[in-house]
Design a protein. Sequence first.
Length: 467
Amino acid sequence: MLKNFAKSFLIYGFASGLSKSFLILLVPVYTHLFSATEYGIIDIITGFVALMIIIGMLQMESAIARYYYEVEGNEKKEFVSTAFWSIVVFSVLFSGVLFFASDSISSYFFERKDLGTLIRIACPLIPLSIAYNFLVFLLRYEKKPFLYFLFVVLQVLITIVSILYFIYYKEYGINGVLYGQIIGIFFPLLYLLHYFRKYLIAHWRSEIFKTLLHYSLPLIPSVAITWANTYFNRFIMLKYLSLADIGVYSLAARIASLFALIELAFTLTWGPFFWNTFADKKKHTLYYAIFNLSCVFIFSLVITGTLFSKEIILLFSNQEYIAASEILGILFLSYSLTIFIQMIGLGSAIVKKTYYNIFISLGGFIVNISLLFILINSYSTHGVAIAALVGNFITVALFWVVSDRLYAIGYSKLFFMTTLLITSAIVVISYLLPLNFYVKVILLIINYSLLVNYTIKNIRKLGVALQ
């Protein structure tokens, strides 16, 4: 079972990483073809579309995940069909409203009058992405990791080729980026619709819809707040910092978002694994072992990225952005913390009280933004990074406390805090003290020696748990 979990993690992780990292791979292309202002517009539209997809999905994929292994046969088909057609119809209507209100949205929310056309172009991308994301999500719960991998790779390749075609050959500029994304989603979606045709029966049951919506609606604000934690600070920074400062921070944040790929891979793997084994109390020992190993592995990656932050920044850019290395370790640690929410925050899902997630995420977001206003004037981008780190830590702490009160799984708080404090100390030391390359290598060897030693010691425990 653990071997299957590891295999799925690697497959989903690589596929998800490839899907998300193509944005990073296209950064040199964008910076070569577009001005800083145009690149900023791409980022704004990307964030806007991401938020609209979150709203349009209604978190139905999470609701399906909760009930997928509890229903069988025709009832499962009705659950899937009801969820799918609900979000498709809603997102089409929702996108239609956005289309006709695009100029007003451009003026009111972005304080620009020239984004209306881009919003209209992006409108078809919203329902297409929602339908595609939902069906690709089903592949995970059907336990089809290789098919999932195939579709993700296909979507990425078509998207990249289409974007390059529209911006290089057709010279459509920013519009071409959106056209390429639409094409990249459209063709894989056609085949997915064919593949899942047995589930997408033209049947919609109101009682099932109410059941799913009761579970999913409380999750929407939580996910929207997660989006705000990523993008909202950019709008605040515009009023306090220069565009150059924002560019430095954005580069560090984009690189640190590689941890978000690990989080996505873990989410894709942990959900099916957890719900499929939760009924067997004997398998709960696995959760503790996997959690401890995750702490060691994830924080080891943070230490690695922090020690070689300057080298990483220069790999992605040049000396103009070297200041990003000063906040990269902080952002690595900040992004890494959110990975653990997938494990420690399941108490509300187990007892079907997911509305707690709204208040928890809101609490972390308020801490983040409040600290941002306090620190930004004195500490510039460092203050923004510290605010994000503290906000994420508070979010993790709140999820842990509330989840344990609802349904205590029993993860080790002592082990988590010990590994977190060691990692935090190295982040601080690397920031305050310039370490030469050989010292970094020695620290890295020590770090991974401890990782390997701990892993080997726990293999036997995992073996016993699987028997």
